[in-house]
Write a protein that binds this ligand. Structure first.
Ligand code: PMP
Length: 406
């Protein structure tokens, strides 16, 4: 455990007020706030060290290139990957998963092939696979969560058939917080020769990740949820899959030579990084990951587990609140609706009056909303800087909303 107040002091935005109340930021699942070191790194990059990367031979370009390229090694360390050339830098998970769909899956899947997904995937890990269904006749096989919101590993394994070409699954649900046993799924999938793509957008935020130990083929992360800038991210790709991938986007940087007649490609990872990247965003992302590793992922997980248990016990005391998913194996993400009340949007508006920021809506998880039989929920999602006191403020604000709507 750490001194949460010292951490809070690193995030300037946390000391502001909203509607004359101290900000209680519980929308971390959508995007996390940024520590001063990240903000400073962005300012320094633009104030003193900015130029385009890779092609320049002048001083500023060399500095920018060194800083930008240095982030690959930081990400590799963060994910427990030995070879940084297996890290492809991008703008976030959405780009990472789309790259896998276009570069790896499309050329190798045909009508009748199957992709296994859980019902709690984010649209970023659904829509690219719908493209394959629509365009190539690939079948999507959905694995439901149980009544507690847990995903039984065996059900995922049972969904594998000789036609399964990929399992695409989240490590942590952005709606329920449910944790998935990725290692067990990867072990079983590997035994049957089925690659696994892991959406680590939420997972990597809340727990230590070691991709080599998990044994997955693709692991996607997004910088803005990891306390870094939006427009940054990365995907780890297993070396065998990397060799199978054709480039998705064409342009500068990803080529070796281009003539009127032909093109030859750069080696991975550059082969999959066409065009001018998010230079400063990526530099900021590296600083954010260093910041997280400096605190320690175990320490962050322990703090958040404590918050999760506290929030769970306080929320369960509100018998007019329907909290979705009761599984104990979850990250500190809570979705709820209020009995007899008010649309989730109305609840979130009342909470905002009390300075409490939560998200309301379908959370880009249409199939899960259908499974739960709700159109929208409110979601309170916690980060490394949240406190038990903030849980109490949330509870008071929910009681106010209940009094208003009941
Ligand atoms: N997957 C999950 C589980 C998410 O929570 C999100 C962001 N809400 C994404 C994918 C998409 O991430 P991004 O928009 O940063 O690409």
């Amino acid at each position: 455990m750490y001194d949460v107040n010292a951490i809070r002091a690193d995030f300037p935005i946390l000391s502001r007020t909203v509607n004359d109340k101290p900000l209680v930021y519980l929308d971390n699942g959508a995007s996390a706030q940024k520590p001063q070191v990240v903000i400073d790194a962005i300012t320094t990059a633009y104030s003193h060290e900015y130029a385009n990367v890779h092609r320049g031979l002048h001083t500023l370009s060399n500095i920018a290139t060194e800083k930008y390229e240095g982030v690959r090694a930081i990400i590799a360390r963060f994910l427990g990957v030995a070879n940084e050339d297996q890290i492809i830098l991008n703008s976030g998970t959405t780009e990472g998963i789309n790259m896998v769909a276009y570069s790896w899956a499309m050329p190798r899947m045909q009508a009748g092939d199957e992709i296994v997904l859980s019902v709690m995937e984010h649209h970023a890990n659904i829509v690219p696979w719908h493209f394959l269904r629509e365009r190539q006749g690939v079948a999507l096989k959905w694995v439901d969560v149980d009544a507690t919101g847990a995903l039984e590993t065996q059900k995922v394994i049972d969904a594998i058939t000789p036609k399964t070409k990929l399992i695409a699954i989240t490590q942590v649900s952005n709606v329920l917080g449910t944790k998935v046993d990725i290692k067990a799924i990867c072990d079983a999938a590997r035994a049957q020769g089925v690659p696994v793509l892991v959406d680590g957008s939420q997972g990597a935020v809340h727990m230590p990740v070691n991709v080599d130990e998990l044994g997955c083929d693709f692991y996607a992360i997004t910088g803005h949820k990891l306390y870094g800038p939006s427009g940054s991210g990365a995907i780890y790709v297993h070396k065998d899959r990397l060799a199978e991938m054709r480039p998705f986007m064409g342009g500068g940087d990803m080529i070796r030579e281009v003539s009127k007649e032909e093109v030859t490609y750069n080696d991975p990872p550059m082969k999959f990084e066409a065009g001018t990247p998010g230079i400063v965003q990526t530099i900021g992302f590296g600083v954010a990951l260093e910041y997280m590793m400096g605190i320690g992922m175990q320490a962050i997980a322990a703090h958040e587990d404590d918050l999760c248990a506290y929030a769970r016990s306080r929320l369960s005391g509100l018998n007019w609140l329907n909290v979705q998913g009761s599984t104990a194996n979850k990250a500190a993400i809570f979705s709820f609706t209020m009995e007899g009340a008010a649309h989730a949007h109305d609840i979130s508006t009342i909470l905002d009056k009390k300075g409490v920021a939560v998200r309301a809506g379908h959370h880009c998880a249409g199939p899960l909303m259908d499974h739960l039989g709700v159109r929208a929920t409110c979601r309170a999602s916690f980060g490394m800087y949240n406190t038990r006191d903030e849980v109490d403020v949330l509870i008071d604000a929910l009681e106010l909303a209940h009094d208003l709507f009941a």
